[in-house]
Unconditional design. Structure first.
Length: 595
């Protein structure tokens, strides 16, 4: 107790002169702290002067005290990691000296001036990682000097150039990649650089990424036109785990009969290019069913657009040998009647609906097992956006999804959402964003049998959607007909929906949507959660929705003001069948002009 009192009564001056705890750490532990700090902070920060003082990065630890400086200078690996950018070319030789014989990691966010880049050429034999981005073609001498030398310990190489068109090795003054000797190279990333397939080292690569400009054909680029070289590279690289080939395919990709590239370790495949080339490469590759696919399909010309050559291959991939059970489906339809369509599916179980929709793209994220985009759709003819949606719902294994996310900023042609909903009847949560989702919301109304041709098994029955008036003939299986779309739906989260959107002369989306919610309530399929976020809706109408669901989560935002109602607008008249035992008199709000 006496000792404790004495410590508490020490003078402030005595306490300041006492050694702080970090001063008694052993050098081994202190250097580990420095290494962790250096991983998160660049050696040099941006030039920032405040009261005449220039802020430094992690190198500033060498200026704290003599002990810290000695510990930092004594660790060669600390100086062997050269990242960011150097404000002074004199720093590079100094760091190379302090790194001694440690393997070097050189990673520049953008390529430094040639004077700095040239400092690494004499040390290429001990560079383990080399990443150069934003390289200019004006002064390629430094790069030529580096790539002309053998790199016996190089494991990772990345090169990105800044050009309006794909650059070739000849433009860079390079004829051979590291003198043809990179025995330990594991990952190769080339962005906007066209290199002959034959110059890419095969056999030991685990990651290969080559990306050229989206939409620019490589026709005429002799370096990439030999499809046999590409196939030989893939056949001789069985250890690949990540393969990214975007817009760098030969104009015609043909494989010999029975030619197959087996990639048993591949976990991620990204392909971008013409629809036919993407399909041709998928036919050649033999992949495990666990390989995630990220595909970007662009037609060679609009008259020959055919999505049917892609989706069957994708479906077969996820069915062989063990079918995957997808739980989430996301569809994004961009602006315009011929805008691109992005589809993503994931096996991850979605989280419970705890909040309204904020960022639709975060529903599935980058971990989706399949993402596929269909770009440059024809303005007329086949396929339309409706055709692609039909193919997606019919060909992909989505019968067990529980989360369905859809984003449609603008209106699209009529889609029979009821028919599509029958192929994923286990959906419990729908997230809809955009004013173009009004058709989906209207389709939540149940269908009633009408004009039945036969009720026996195997015959066809005609159904009428009371909200849209769409008639469709479907096959009757003999079981009780499912008249409610998404029968297990419990949570509906909406964003940027215009409830004042005019559907007919005197009826708006709110009318049909509320009617659909009321029907579900009376048929014991009442929604548990309805989220309304950043939608166009008045407080009175929000209260009306609250009576139709167990819980309404409205953000209180009324959105943009409703447009003035135009009684002379030429909208198609739609007849609506009200729930049994009721008439329009029981729905006084239905069909009134929006407030």
């Amino acid at each position: 107790m006496v000792g404790l009192v004495r410590r508490l009564t020490l003078s402030p001056r005595s306490r300041r002169s006492a050694n702080p705890p970090i001063s008694v750490l052993p050098p081994e532990l202190l250097v580990q702290i420095f290494r962790f700090y250096a991983l998160g902070v660049l050696p040099w920060s941006c030039v920032l002067r405040y009261r005449g003082i220039q802020k430094q990065g992690w190198i500033g630890i060498t200026h704290v005290c003599q002990r810290w400086r000695q510990v930092a200078l004594g660790d060669s690996s600390l100086w062997a990691r050269i990242t960011g950018f150097s404000p002074n070319s004199k720093w590079i030789p100094e760091m190379l000296v302090r790194a001694r014989n440690a393997p070097l990691v050189v990673d520049f966010a953008y390529t430094p001036v040639p004077e700095i880049l040239s400092k690494f050429a004499p040390h290429i034999s001990r560079i383990r990682e080399l990443r150069l981005r934003g390289l200019s073609l004006h002064r390629p001498r430094s790069l030529r000097e580096i790539c002309a030398l053998e790199a016996p310990v190089l494991e990772h190489f990345e090169l990105e150039v800044v050009t309006p068109y794909p650059a070739t090795f000849r433009q860079l003054g390079v004829t051979m990649l590291f003198g043809g000797w990179t025995p330990k190279l594991r990952t190769l990333t080339l962005s906007k650089v066209a290199i002959p397939w034959s110059l890419i080292p095969c056999g030991q690569l685990t990651q290969l990424k080559m990306t050229l400009y989206r939409g620019i054909s490589v026709h005429g680029t002799a370096l990439l036109s030999d499809s046999s070289q590409l196939l030989d590279l893939l056949i001789n690289s069985p250890d690949l785990e990540v393969l990214v080939l975007e817009f760098c395919f030969p104009t015609v990709l043909q494989a010999a009969d029975g030619q197959t590239a087996r990639l048993p370790r591949l976990s991620r495949l990204c392909l971008g290019g013409s629809t036919s080339c993407v399909a041709s490469l998928l036919k050649v590759l033999q992949l495990p069913s666990s390989t995630t696919l990220h595909l970007q399909c662009i037609p060679e010309n609009l008259s020959t657009y055919n999505v049917n050559i892609i989706l069957p291959l994708v479906s077969a991939h996820f069915h062989n040998p063990t079918p995957l059970e997808f739980r989430s489906l996301r569809i994004v339809i961009n602006n315009g009647l011929n805008g691109p369509i992005d589809v993503a599916v994931s096996t991850a179980r979605p989280k419970s609906a705890t909040s309204v929709l904020h960022a639709l793209e975060d529903d599935i994220g980058s971990d989706a097992e399949l993402t596929i985009s269909f770009d440059r759709l024809p303005s007329s003819g086949y396929p339309t956006q409706e055709d692609i949606l039909e193919d997606v719902f019919s060909m992909l294994p989505i019968s067990k999804i529980t989360l369905f996310s859809i984003s449609i900023p603008a209106s699209i042609p009529s889609v029979d959402w009821f028919e599509l909903s029958q192929r994923c009847e286990k959906v419990t949560t729908i997230r809809a964003s955009g004013r173009g989702t009004s058709g989906l919301l209207r389709s939540l109304s149940a269908r009633i049998p009408g004009n039945t041709t036969s009720s026996s098994k195997g015959k066809k029955v005609r159904y009428v959607n009371r909200a849209t008036g769409v008639q469709r003939v479907i096959k009757n299986t003999g079981a009780h007909a499912r008249t409610t779309p998404f029968p297990k739906l419990t949570s509906l989260l909406l964003e940027n929906v215009d409830f004042g959107h005019a559907i007919s002369r005197r009826r708006v989306l709110y009318d049909f949507f509320t009617l659909a919610l009321t029907e579900r309530k009376w048929t014991h399929k009442r929604l548990s959660v309805l989220g309304v976020d950043r939608c166009v809706i008045t407080p009175d109408r929000a209260k009306g929705l609250e009576r139709c669901v167990q819980e309404l989560r409205w953000d209180g935002d009324e959105g943009l003001s409703f447009k003035e109602w135009d009684g002379d607008s030429d909208f198609t008249k739609l007849d609506v069948d009200f729930p049994p035992g009721t008439t329009q008199a029981d729905w006084p709000w239905f069909g009134k002009p929006p407030i």
